[in-house]
Design a protein around this ligand. Structure first.
Ligand code: PAF
Length: 294
């Protein structure tokens, strides 16, 4: 696996691949601390094209809290080993000075209006401007044919798709389903910060989403009037399980708008604190009853 740290070198490498024999370059942007969820993105990427490039960059621009950025796990050596073992072609791991040569106050930002101000965006001001800006910069450096994102960060996925559409990036955005532990907890780099006791309680977030989805599916003819009651019950259950809920919403899966009567493809999304760790998760409604995981 080639390891490239400089933004000019990564562009040169991708151009060289194209000159030689490249058919389809697939890009997997990450912030590192790789787990099975990331490796599922890599496997999908390998099926989609003949070269896979992964980036690892802890993007300061998307952190709304300095302590969160400082505590974000940086495990580059172990990550590079996992990617090499997985058969990835190249790893791009720039530092902040290379990605933002003028410091963190970049002069141009990408703002995807609408989507960036709701749910995660409302709780974490500026977060999605940081995500859109760095992903646009990475797309320009790598110029991939396909880019792969996880459904775990569902709002991020929609935001990237909206950005690609609005700015005419010639990139196909693929989504890969959330990978879960056997107890239902969605894999996340933040899980490693949970204490043993918190780790035991953490799957309650998934169970709440699952039970919320199942309760909705029992009475589809009462959508969306039924939702506030079901969500209030779910928030109480989260509190009983030791969480501090941030938000719990049912939205249209296509655009995260408020559901109206007749909308079928919905998603339940939640964010909640467990001690000082903020977990997020989501589940689509409309694909049958959810079972399993307690
Ligand atoms: O999902 C992530 O890991 C990050 O938000 C991303 C897309 C790599 C941008 O920094």
């Amino acid at each position: 696996m080639r390891i490239v740290r400089d933004r000019r070198q990564v562009t040169a490498l991708c151009r060289e691949w194209r000159r030689r024999d490249l058919q389809q370059l697939v890009f997997v942007p990450t912030m590192g601390n790789l787990h099975e969820g990331h490796l599922a993105l890599v496997r999908h990427a390998q099926e989609r094209g003949d070269r896979v490039l992964v980036s690892i960059f802890v993007n300061p621009l998307q952190f709304d809290r300095a302590d969160d950025l400082a505590r974000y796990p940086r495990t580059l050596e172990a990550d590079a080993k996992k990617l090499a073992e997985a058969g990835v072609d190249a790893l791009f791991c720039p530092d902040a000075a290379d990605m933002y040569p003028d410091g963190s106050a970049v002069e141009a930002r990408v703002v995807v209006s609408g989507l960036s101000g709701i749910l995660e965006g409302a709780s974490r001001p500026g977060h999605f401007d940081g995500v859109a800006t760095v992903v646009a910069k990475l797309f320009n450096l790598v110029q991939p044919d396909v880019a792969v994102f996880g459904e775990k960060d569902y709002q991020q996925l929609l935001l990237i798709r909206a950005m690609v559409e609005a700015l005419n990036f010639p990139v196909v955005v693929d989504a890969v389903p959330t990978v879960r532990e056997s107890d239902g907890l969605a894999l996340s780099s933040r899980n490693g910060r949970l204490s043993d006791a918190a780790r035991q309680r953490a799957p309650a977030l998934y169970r709440c989403l699952r039970d919320t989805a199942n309760a909705c599916l029992l009475e589809p003819d009462r959508w969306p009037a039924l939702f506030p009651e079901i969500l209030a019950h779910a928030e109480n259950r989260l509190r009983e399980a030791g969480f501090r809920p941030d938000y719990l919403h049912i939205r249209r899966a296509a655009d995260l708008g408020e559901p109206r009567a007749g909308d079928g493809d919905l998603i339940v999304l939640g964010a909640a604190w467990l001690d000082d760790v903020r977990l997020i998760d989501n589940l689509r409604l409309g694909c049958g009853k959810f079972a399993g995981a307690g």
